[in-house]
Design a protein around this ligand. Structure first.
Ligand code: WTA
Length: 652
């Protein structure tokens, strides 16, 4: 690991929201002394309340914390309406299509589009406060417009990433009991049209009685099936709607959205976020971490199907009054210079992406950035997985010309916004290290007893006080909420939030995230539950047992590695077709993002006498590491050697 520290650049520090480590420590001290005062002041300053709140934090039903009770607001108003007085002609969204299409929506235009869409949802589909709306959308402005239209009405959106299959979509629709699905015919990717509406048709054909209507945006113009009385064309309906729409004023804790994410066991869980606490932190972190200035153009390459797209393409930038770029395509099309070309063309000031993309662009086009003028860049962000020092260095030197601040932002779907990250004008940065908790976030690396882990020792990444943008519940499953997040770590007998990640703290308090300690793997920065992939593989009729583990991958960070026990003894030729067949099943059950990078067929899995699969052994074997675990407790210790031989003959 690289040890050097890079000091913040004076020009950035001079104009930053938090300008020095002294300011950082002062804010932290304030949060420690008067936690509620700290948050209450920011909430009063940052949010345009329709009715002020009475209490800052109510802990009486912990861990079901309530923030800013008594307060009333509307998140769409916070993101759009309130900006009209000062920014009506400022670009809110700059859209670039895969094919180079461009579209700019000013704050006024976006406000009108959101109002029309909200009116349409209400008038045509009877969407009211609290109703759930599933969005299965490509990266086009209508995705953001639909999210904000839901917020305007107090309806709860649940965006499902467009790469998920019909089965996965159906599960999410049913769990959320959605009344309306908003989708597009499809979109464009690498110069080719791809389809979404047929996936919605298929999902609904599996039985989603809750869904009354489907609203379809035309994007790629391909032929699609229309179900009479159920499906309606977005662009047709919206023509007749008024640009005026009164916001539905909601209470602080009213759910803003659900977003399904993978856990270590069972089906994906619907992470529920609040209105006030979420938008407060989305806006504040946008201002602090990305050093936002009035004339900046900010670009986050995520997809709105993930939390990064929610908080840092739509809600954070718009609440902060920024210009946010939305890109439909992929960073490598038509070549590995696409992002850098866009940085030059739009004079991007903040660029935010995942380490996987950085590694890929580095590998595909090491010197590609030289062809473009990247001098507008000031802040470079990464998110989603640990970044390795070589990728960090290339990002810092080649993309940032050693002049930009790199913010390695650590957070999760559940945290709503950043929790551990450098501040560009204050924090000396250490390559590949998320550094320090943000002011107001009381994050600690704990040992198994709930004591702070010693410097250099691996511990558990916990947040020991509730914070405004934290997950409020798992939709429909409060017990799972408590168990998943407050079941593992406690301090002085009080359950604290455990992230599921391991971390190491150094003598200066700098935190390096080491990755998940549970059965969640991080593939290209996308969270995947091994249990989910296993459940999918088990649907193949010839699979007797399966165990899935993560294995380091040079580009993706982690790859999916499956050990499969077949019911019938197959020959090698048949195994080849089994790989294909099993991958087809995964594609159908989850989507192509969960395809296995390696699959090997083994006679059995290493199980203890009580039947528990020893995953640690499987993880070590996948990595080609020596087995250090005690194998004597296994039901059949010889299985390790036999699996090893299978790995060997498969070239692993
Ligand atoms: C991982 C994405 C190291 C971590 C915002 C976490 C990171 C999971 C970082 C959440 C980072 C995210 N360094 N690891 N900067 N950022 N992670 O819910 O394992 O899709 O628990 O949210 O990504 O993934 P999620």
């Amino acid at each position: 690991m690289l040890q050097e520290l890079y000091q913040p650049h004076p020009e950035i520090a001079q104009n930053a929201a938090i300008k020095s480590m002294e300011e950082y420590h002062a804010l932290m001290a304030k949060a420690n002394e008067d936690y509620e005062g700290f948050w209450g002041d920011y909430a009063r300053e940052k949010i345009d309340w329709f009715k002020p709140f009475d209490t800052v934090l109510n802990e009486s039903e912990a861990p079901f914390y309530k923030w800013f009770e008594g307060g009333e607001l509307n998140v769409a108003y916070q993101c759009l309406g309130r900006h009209l007085a000062t920014k009506k002609n400022k670009a809110a969204i700059i859209f670039e299509g895969d094919n180079g299409d461009q579209r700019v929506l000013t704050y006024r235009e976006l406000y009108y589009e959101v109002n029309k869409t909200a009116n349409m949802f209400r008038n045509q589909f009877d969407i009211k406060k609290g109703d759930r709306v599933v969005l299965y959308m490509p990266m086009i402005p209508e995705a953001a417009i639909s999210m904000l239209a839901c917020a305007k009405l107090g309806a709860i959106h649940s965006v499902v990433f467009g790469g998920f299959s019909a089965e996965a979509l159906r599960d999410r629709i049913i769990d959320a009991e959605a009344k309306l699905v908003v989708t597009a015919d499809g979109a464009f990717r690498k110069g080719q049209p791809y389809m979404l509406k047929p996936v919605v048709d298929e999902a609904l054909s599996y039985g989603c009685e809750c869904v009354k209507n489907v609203c379809v945006v035309e994007r790629n113009g391909e032929e699609i099936h229309w179900e009479a009385g159920r499906d309606y064309a977005y662009l047709e309906l919206i023509k007749n709607e008024s640009v005026k729409c009164e916001p539905e004023i909601v209470e602080s804790e009213h759910p803003l959205f659900l977003l399904y994410t993978s856990g270590s066991t069972g089906k994906p869980k619907g992470v529920q976020h609040s209105s006030a606490g979420y938008i407060l932190w989305a806006q504040m972190t946008m201002e602090w971490v990305f050093d936002l200035k009035e004339n900046d153009t900010y670009w986050c390459t995520a997809d709105v199907g993930w939390i990064t797209g929610h908080t840092y393409i739509v809600y954070g930038p718009l609440a902060a009054g920024a210009t946010t770029v939305m890109f439909e395509g992929v960073p490598t099309y038509p070549d590995a210079g696409r992002c850098w070309k866009m940085v030059e063309e739009y004079q991007i000031n903040q660029f935010y992406t995942a380490p996987t993309a950085i590694r890929l662009l580095h590998k595909m086009g090491e010197d590609e950035p030289d062809k473009y003028d990247l001098s507008s860049l000031r802040i470079l962000g990464t998110v989603g997985e640990p970044i390795d020092p070589p990728a960090w260095k290339w990002y810092y030197e080649k993309i940032g010309d050693s002049k930009c601040a790199i913010v390695d932002t650590y957070w999760q779907t559940e945290t709503g916004g950043h929790v551990i990250t450098p501040l560009p004008g204050a924090t000396p940065i250490k390559p590949a290290c998320a550094t320090l908790p943000l002011p107001g976030i009381i994050a600690k690396v704990l040992d198994a007893e709930g004591k702070p882990a010693a410097p250099g020792e691996q511990g558990l990444m916990c947040i020991t006080k509730p914070w405004p943008s934290m997950i409020r519940n798992i939709w429909g499953d409060p017990q799972r909420f408590v168990k998943s997040y407050f079941g593992d770590c406690s301090v002085d007998g009080k359950a604290v939030y455990f992230t599921g990640d391991g971390a190491i703290v150094d003598e200066n308090g700098y935190i390096t995230i080491t990755g998940r300690t549970d059965d969640v793997i991080n593939v290209s920065g996308h969270r995947m539950g091994t249990a989910e992939v296993e459940a999918a593989i088990k649907k193949h009729p010839n699979v007797a047992a399966v165990a899935v583990v993560g294995k380091p991958h040079p580009i993706k960070g982690e790859g999916i590695f499956a050990y499969v026990v077949l019911k019938s003894e197959d020959t090698i030729a048949e195994e080849m077709s089994m790989v294909q067949e099993i991958n087809e099943v995964i594609k159908k059950e989850i989507g192509a993002i969960a395809l296995c990078d390696s699959m090997i067929f083994v006679p059995d899995l290493p199980k203890t006498r009580s039947g528990k699969i020893m995953r640690r052994i499987l993880r070590a074997l996948a990595r080609g590491e020596e087995i250090t675990q005690d194998t004597s407790t296994l039901e059949d210790p010889s299985i390790v050697e036999r699996i090893k031989n299978c790995c060997k003959s498969a070239g692993i």
